[in-house]
Design a protein around this ligand. Structure first.
Ligand code: ADP
Ligand code: MG
Length: 354
C-alpha cells in the first residue's frame, strides 16, 4: 500500500529561503490529494522534495512505509508530471511515453505494448508516431501523464498539470484526470493554485502558506469551515465576508448593521473577533420581514453582479459592503432596504490575528 508520510520536513535553498518550513502530512494509499496555495508558497518545492529532485534539509519522507529521504529520485517509485510537461521534442509520442522504461532496460517489445496500451487509456491512439510539436496542448498534457503512468510508479506527482490549457480544455482535462485517477487507484498528489480545481478533484486538500500547512481537510470542510482567515480568503469563488465583531451574551455576535446568531462556544462575552460568513450562506429578505434583533443585519442594496444562475448582491451595512448570493430571479433593486441572516453554524468566529 503506497501512502506518503512526511514528518518535520523542511527544504531550504542555498540562498536561505525555507520554501518548505516544517511540514507534517500523511497521504493515504489511493488518495487524490491536492496541495493548494498561492504562487510561491512552496508547492513545487514540496513535490520535488517528495520526488527527490530537491534535498530535504530536515525531516523525513516515507513512501510505502520505506524511508526514502536520502534515496535517489529514480529509486523512489514516484512518477512526476511537470508543469511544462518536459516532453522530449525530438522523440515520438511512443518514445516519450516509454522513455522511463528504456532507461530501466525494459525490452523493446514490452515497451511497444505499454505505449499502445497507455495511449489507448489516455485517448492518444493514432498519435504514437507524432512528435510533441505536432500535438495540441491537451494532447501534450496527456502524453506527459501517459509517460508518468507507464513508468508504473507507486505514487503520481502532478505539478499544476492543467495550468497551461485554456479554460474549456482545462475543464475537460479535469474530468478526464479525475476518472483516470479513480480507475487506476494510484496515490496522487496534485499541485494547484486554483481553489476551484482543488475543490472539484481532491479527496482531501492541504492549504499551504509560506511553506507551512494552514489547513488539511475534505473539500467540504475547507469550504464550509476554514480554520483561519487565510484559508477563508483563499477558498471560494466569491470571497468570504470577513468583518469585525464583538461576542454578545446570548449566543450571538454583533457586527455592522446588527447581529447574527453564532456558536460562540468558549469565546467570552465582549471578545473582539473577526466574523466570517460566506455569501452563499447568507439569505436576503426585504426590510421589515419580521426578523428579530440578534438574528439579522440591516443594509441597503448597492449593486448586483450576474454569476450565471445566481447573483452576487453587495449590501451596504453601516458603510461596509457585505456580499450575499441570491437566485437570479430574486435579485433586488439597487437602493432597496434589506435584512440579511444566516444560520448559526454558518457564522464563523476567528481570532483577529489568524
Ligand atoms: P510554488 O510552487 O508554490 O509557486 P515554489 O516551491 O516554486 O512555490 O517556491 C517557493 C519559494 O522558494 C519561493 O519563495 C521561491 O522564490 C523559492 N525558490 C523556488 N525555487 C528556488 C531555487 N531553486 N532557489 C532558491 N529559491 C527558490
Ligand atoms: Mg509551482
Amino acid at each position: 500500500m503506497a501512502g506518503i508520510d512526511i514528518e518535520g520536513l523542511a527544504t531550504v535553498y542555498p540562498n536561505g529561503v525555507r520554501a518548505v518550513d516544517g511540514l507534517d502530512l500523511h497521504v493515504a494509499d489511493g488518495e487524490f490529494f491536492a496541495l493548494l496555495g498561492p504562487s510561491g508558497c512552496g508547492k513545487t518545492t514540496l513535490l520535488r522534495t517528495i520526488a527527490g529532485l530537491e534535498n530535504a534539509s530536515e525531516g523525513t519522507v516515507r513512501i510505502d512505509s520505506a524511508d526514502v529521504t536520502r534515496t535517489e529520485p529514480g529509486k523512489r517509485g514516484v512518477a512526476m508530471v511537470f508543469q511544462d510537461y518536459a516532453l522530449f521534442p525530438h522523440m515520438t509520442v511512443s518514445e516519450n511515453i516509454t522513455y522511463p522504461l528504456k532507461v530501466r532496460r525494459v525490452a523493446a517489445s514490452t515497451r511497444t505494448e505499454t505505449a499502445e496500451r497507455t495511449a489507448a487509456e489516455l485517448s492518444l491512439d493514432g498519435l504514437l508516431e507524432r512528435r510533441p510539436g505536432q500535438l495540441s496542448g491537451g494532447q501534450q498534457q496527456r502524453v506527459a501523464l501517459a509517460r508518468a503512468i507507464a513508468s508504473q510508479g507507486k505514487v503520481l506527482l502532478l505539478d499544476e498539470p492543467l495550468s497551461n490549457l485554456d479554460a474549456r480544455l482545462r475543464l475537460e482535462a479535469r474530468t478526464f484526470l479525475k476518472k483516470l485517477q479513480r480507475d487506476l487507484g494510484i496515490t496522487t498528489v496534485f499541485v494547484t493554485h486554483d481553489q476551484a480545481e482543488a475543490l472539484a478533484l481532491a479527496d482531501r486538500i492541504a492549504v499551504m502558506q509560506s511553506g507551512k500547512l494552514r489547513q488539511l481537510g475534505s473539500p467540504r470542510e475547507v469550504f464550509a469551515r476554514p480554520s483561519n482567515t487565510f484559508v477563508a480568503n483563499f477558498i471560494g469563488s466569491t470571497p468570504m465576508n470577513l468583518v469585525d465583531g464583538v461576542v454578545e451574551a446570548n449566543g450571538s455576535v454583533s457586527l455592522v448593521g446588527g447581529s447574527l446568531p453564532a456558536a460562540t462556544g468558549s469565546v467570552p462575552e465582549g471578545a473582539e473577533v473577526t466574523v466570517g460568513v460566506r455569501p452563499e450562506y447568507l439569505t436576503l429578505a426585504p426590510a421589515g420581514s419580521g426578523l428579530q434583533d440578534g438574528e439579522s443585519i440591516r443594509g441597503e442594496v448597492v449593486v448586483a453582479e450576474n454569476l450565471g444562475t445566481s447573483s452576487l448582491v453587495s449590501v451596504d451595512c453601516d458603510g461596509t459592503l457585505i456580499g450575499v448570493t441570491v437566485p437570479e430571479e430574486d435579485e433586488p433593486e439597487p437602493g432597496a432596504p434589506v435584512v440579511l441572516t444566516a444560520p448559526e453554524r454558518r457564522v464563523l468566529l476567528y481570532d483577529k490575528e489568524s
